[in-house]
Design a protein around this ligand. Sequence first.
Ligand SMILES: Cc1cc2nc3c(=O)[nH]c(=O)nc-3n(C[C@H](O)[C@H](O)[C@H](O)COP(=O)(O)OP(=O)(O)OC[C@H]3O[C@@H](n4cnc5c(N)ncnc54)[C@H](O)[C@@H]3O)c2cc1C
Length: 439
Amino acid sequence: MLGHSVEIFEKSKFAKEVGAALGLTPNGSRVLATLGFSFESARAREVSSWDVVDGVTLQTLKSMDFTTARAQFGFPAYSVHRVDFHGELLRLAQKSGVAGEEPVTLHLASPVVSADAQEGLVVLQDGSHHHADLIIGADGIHSVLRPVVTGSLEKPRFTDLSAFRFLIPTNKMRDDPALDGLMKWKGTGAATLANPNDPFPKRHMMWYDCQDGEVQNFVGISHARDEPHEDSANPDFTAPMLEDFQAYHPDLRHVIKIAEDISCWPLMARDPLPSWTKGKIILVGDAAHPMLPFGGQGSNQAIEDAGALGIVLAGAENVTDIPGRLKVFEDVRINRASTIQILSTTRAGTEKSVEEALKQYVAPGTKVPGSLAERNWDAYSHNVLQAAAEALAAAKMLPDTSANHEDLFDLDQGHSLLLPAKKDFPGIQEVAPRAQSAV
Ligand SMILES: Cc1cc2nc3c(=O)[nH]c(=O)nc-3n(C[C@H](O)[C@H](O)[C@H](O)COP(=O)(O)OP(=O)(O)OC[C@H]3O[C@@H](n4cnc5c(N)ncnc54)[C@H](O)[C@@H]3O)c2cc1C
């Protein structure tokens, strides 16, 4: 980070990361590109379309054209494997800044067990104490730092949902004669597969590829299982997943049968917080605003946090500057992330069901997103970097030297990345469903 000395204390050894991909939307891609993230090195796949498909008949019900995202929002949507995503973030964190700033120091296998917000202190499991002017709590939904900020030991609540996840090499599917029709039918875009007559309508499957198309990523959202399974040793979730998706097309069920290492995660939720800061600690990402998977914004909102934090801390030279800048950060982020956090509990097309809950987070006179198209527009068009720079300037914490604030960025790509979304564009468009070929 520009001009600051940063240390990361990470609980895991990064030895066995979750085998799963995630979707980056234009609002997240914008921040990553600005930081110099190489989508090519991360083997990210540009998402060309998103189909809504009947999971029983494989009939395409709706198609959304994502090829216009780059023209419209300045940045496309991508799918990326989490390991590649982390690897590229690590490369960025560990290189020196363009002006010769120190790389970030990463300490693996270093769980934080407690913290003191006034002292600016974290204590690790090995008993060591570490002080900092600012502690960024990015430790996920089970955050250790969150209770220090909120003063509440409230745990995340189990929802009525769990998520099966697995990856399959594309070649394994292509080489399987039983999947010949399915592989010819599937294009390169993302697909949501759902049974329109499902008594549990939140159940669905997501399917998209990653790693330059060499790996296919599947997520199956279904009802909560009796017990959380994430800690069980090598459980086999093939049978439970087949049972939950028994109504689905035989080809999809065949994919489940040949999958290895199906994992199952209970999905948990928390309500929005009124503040993410206490003393020298600020919460970001899932620690502050965990999301359910509807809308695919959890990581994208964590990325927006990172982009905004980088901007508001740019040029902060004294410790006494920090509280005012964190206030600006909260002003830029809390309403935005809380809106998306609430929307993340509701599946596509049912946005109206949370309209009342959203109103308190939406500025007077601003439309509450009430449909999938409005929700996508609201999520994808947001330029968090611009919003943070403008808020900092309005708070008179920024010398007004630059019209577009690009001097705030540690840019190494040399091009303008502050393109606003084009308001005269109509949003991601629904197009005629793709023609069906043999399945
Ligand atoms: C099924 C599913 C699909 C999803 N798909 C998408 C998607 O397509 N797009 C999207 O944007 N989001 C998606 N998400 C959400 C996304 O995964 C999360 O929002 C995102 O990972 C949050 O990032 P984070 O860095 O805040 O937290 P995490 O990813 O949880 O990272 C927290 C880190 O902190 C470390 N840590 C935890 N405790 C400690 C401690 N005590 N000391 C030190 N380190 C600690 C952990 O080891 C971990 O590395 C999905 C989620 C699920 C469940």
